[in-house]
Write a protein of this length. Structure first.
Length: 160
């Protein structure tokens, strides 16, 4: 019971951080700050911190799922409750793995390229420079991965 409640707490923290940064804080920055370059830099910083929190939550969730694996005894002769618990655990592992993969791709794959484009942009920012199209494509890919991660986060909380 304590293990399940701890998993729910970690899943809720993880999902809440994803939703808060991506759908509340970042849009608010762009809506309230007149300097879009500053808003973008602050948003990038928030997303970097959120990525580290995501990695930590994923590792904690994987550890909790690993510790909880002994409580179920699935198999051909196991009862339906044991098989259901094993199936739920597998689904949770897949969700956590995909969410972690999204984070790693965004943080270590896309964000460094986007940061490089921002660094080489002039004072008007990347959206007014020559790298506008490349940045837009990378931002679109990152936004899509973030949406997938957000939806999986809801599923992760519900599946607890």
């Amino acid at each position: 019971m304590l293990l399940a409640r701890t998993r729910l707490l970690v899943a809720t923290l993880w999902a809440g951080s994803i939703w808060t940064v991506g759908y509340l804080a970042a849009p608010t920055l762009f809506a309230t700050l007149s300097d879009r370059v500053l808003a973008g830099n602050i948003a990038a910083n928030l997303f970097a911190h959120q990525a580290w929190l995501s990695m930590a939550c994923a590792l904690v969730m994987l550890a909790l799922l690993w510790v909880g694996r002994g409580s179920e005894t699935g198999g051909i002769f196991a009862g339906s409750a044991a098989n259901s618990a094993a199936r739920t655990r597998r689904v949770l592992l897949i969700i956590v793995a995909i969410m972690l993969a999204c984070t790693l791709i965004m943080h270590f794959g896309l964000q460094p390229i986007m940061a490089g484009l921002r660094a080489t942009a002039g004072p008007g920012g990347v959206m007014e420079g020559a790298a506008h199209n490349e940045f837009g494509i990378l931002h679109g890919i990152s936004s899509s991965l973030y949406l997938v991660q957000s939806l999986l986060a809801a599923w992760l909380v519900i599946k607890q």
